[in-house]
Ligand binder design. Sequence first.
Ligand SMILES: *Cc1c(COP(=O)(O)O)cnc(C)c1O
Length: 466
Amino acid sequence: MKYVSTRGAAPVLDFDDVLLAGLARDGGLYVPESWPTFTLDQIRALRGLPYDQLAAKVMAPFVAGCMSEDELAAMVADAYKGFTHPAVAPLKQIGPNQWVCELFHGPTLAFKDYALQLVGRLFDHVLKKKGQRVLIVGATSGDTGSAAIEACRDRDAVDIVILHPKGRTSDVQRRQMTTILSANVRNLAVEGTFDDCQDMVKALFNDHSFRDEFNLSAVNSINWARVMAQVAYYFASAVALGAPDVSVSFSVPTGNFGNVFAGYVARQMGLPIDRLVVGSNTNDILTRFFETGRMTANGVVPTLSPSMDIQVSSNFERLMFDYVGREGAAVQKLMDEFRKTGVMSMPQGAFAAMCELFEGHRFDDTATLGLMRDIQARTGESLDPHSAIGAGAGLKAILRADSPMVALATAHPAKFPDAVEKATGTRPALPPHLADLFDRPERYDVVANDLGAVRDYVSAFVKGRR
Ligand SMILES: *Cc1c(COP(=O)(O)O)cnc(C)c1O
């Protein structure tokens, strides 16, 4: 499988290099040169398979030419063996034709584990083959950092440093990062804000001599391998509900558009999906887009669903690419317009075609708490604020869909205990594997909000490891 950039001006790469590259050199995102497809019989044959076996079959075409199906299957099995539910991504029914797919049974209780647990193993595999090591540096306000650290801990060819704003993450979120004492992991508590952390990470990436010396890399949500790994649970849910002989719809709480884009990929591969419904919080750039055909960036406001507090949805570029006829130059033009004016209009025909598949619904914090309370009271299912927005979007759309609606639950309620308690009156408990989280020793280093100090820290750490 070869990969091309959405802006059409970067080298064509194979899977190994796309994995390590992250962003393409022309500023675009990598996508497969063409979508692999499964026949109806091939999809039927996925029914009843254990999650890891199904996932390996779904992903195999994307790594073809770089690793064997057996190598991939072994990594996939290893990635999901620690998940705490035997179904890995179990379905729960919450209404006559409505289901929740629980994507929070991984080590850090958020759906990001489903991709990152595999991506960490893929990095190690590809780097060993190439005889290289990487340094992963990232900034986090909470969820992503812990999922990335869990995925990279103890990997031979990977070192990882995560910056978080000191005192500004929740205690659960901090401890999920700082109680990992592996030799290849460092946590930096920066005396500043999340934006300060992010700016310093960007500055390190823009420092080309630093970047090349340490082989700097990222596992952020524009990495193609993360999208690829997420396609699997769309197939798993759909075949469990009778696909391909039944069409299924999905509702997805959305930030960077990575998760819901994986649903689009599943559909391109032949999975019968009727609708993909996007749930937004007050930061509703996508819902406004699907209402108007115009993308306009506003400022970010903090909400109860912080992992969706984004200004622009970076993965949306991959969808645009397909809907403008896979013309990199057309995407480049639209992105230039957006950067210059803060507004971007999709061509009318492309927008109309998108609306045949996608729609969006928004929920502010009050509405989100109401959804959490209501769903818990009616069904007993306790949802975190992100998952509730996904389920709420599905409920709004369900009248127009004659197919089962699957809402993706992206975080465990115990990750957001304050919001859940506020909505339902009950404080959710951490699952058994994290029950002693507050008794575990922590390790992190405090650094000044100063790029030089961070750079010195990181280079001393990596030099000691190589
Ligand atoms: C990251 C995240 C999201 C948003 O996912 P995208 O792929 O960025 O759309 C939603 N919910 C939770 C809990 C998350 O951690």
